[in-house]
Write a protein that binds this ligand. Structure first.
Ligand code: SF4
Ligand code: SF4
Length: 67
């Protein structure tokens, strides 16, 4: 199994407006829009780079250390 990166993106689903910006900017193709209503990163692909968090217009994403 591939090793997960130490940091990852976490989406606040209450704030996310499903605009898709994070999907477009993610260099790892790790972000997906689920059921047309919120973004969710694929844990095995996300490297915690923070590009999505920087570009999210709703400030719905934080990069956190994996627990
Ligand atoms: S950029 Fe932000 S608001 Fe847009 S889909 Fe991603 S998490 Fe949601
Ligand atoms: S932190 Fe980086 S790799 Fe992870 S979902 Fe956001 S843009 Fe993609």
């Amino acid at each position: 199994m591939a090793k997960l990166s130490p940091r990852h993106a976490v989406v606040n689903r209450e704030i996310c407006v499903a605009c898709g910006t994070c999907v477009d900017v993610c260099p790892m193709e790790a972000m997906q829009i689920v059921q047309g209503s919120f973004a969710s990163p694929l844990e095995e692909k996300c490297v915690g780079c923070g590009m999505c968090a920087k570009e999210c217009p709703a400030s719905a994403i934080k990069v956190e250390v994996r627990s």
